[in-house]
Design a protein around this ligand. Structure first.
Ligand code: HEM
Length: 149
């Protein structure tokens, strides 16, 4: 039992996370660096995975873990060419999505701080876009599962 409400509840729960993720993928769909990185033609399933992950991370339902297991996000991004350019495009799309959600300044700052740190941690190559997959194993630490973990 916890007496504290979660960040998830504080910002407005599922509807707010849904709105952020939908806006983010609308931007991804229009981005010439990001869009080709997504293996599936339909971005819907990828949007669902990001939504469930973010909801779980911020104290909402744990459906992500029940269906996908441990996030191991750095590992799951290894097949993709996440260079600083891709990171900056990802953050640009997310910035628009977060702005549209019109969170309180404190919630906005908390969420944005996390997203920036996570995006920087996801970079796994400095090869320019279009250089093909990197063959070197790119190890690294995993991101924490919860704020403060
Ligand atoms: C830095 C730039 C990033 C790029 C270019 C990128 C790109 C991708 C791509 C191409 C996928 C595969 C799509 C799919 O699920 O089928 C993916 C999956 C995913 N990404 Fe990212 N990503 C980035 C950063 C992040 C960050 C910062 C987070 C979390 C805060 C994140 C969370 C996820 C999640 C949860 C999945 C699905 C993992 C699973 O398979 O369960 N990504 N990403």
């Amino acid at each position: 039992m916890s007496e504290q409400t979660s960040f998830y509840d504080e910002v407005g729960g599922h509807d707010v996370f849904r709105r952020i993720v939908d806006a983010f993928y609308r931007e991804v769909a229009a981005d010439d660096i990001l869009r080709p990185m997504y293996p599936e033609e339909d971005l819907g399933p990828a949007a669902e995975r990001l939504l469930l992950f973010l909801e779980q991370y911020w104290g909402g339902p744990t459906t992500y873990g029940e269906t996908r297991g441990h996030p191991r996000l750095r590992m799951r991004h290894m097949p993709f060419h996440v260079n600083p350019e891709a990171r900056d495009r990802w953050l640009r799309a997310m910035r628009i999505a977060v702005d549209e959600a019109q969170l309180s300044p404190l919630h906005e700052a908390t969420l944005w701080d996390y997203l920036q740190r996570a995006a920087h941690a996801m970079v796994n190559t400095f090869e320019p876009t279009g250089a093909g997959p990197t063959t070197e194993p790119r190890g690294g630490t995993n991101l924490p599962l919860h704020p403060g973990a």
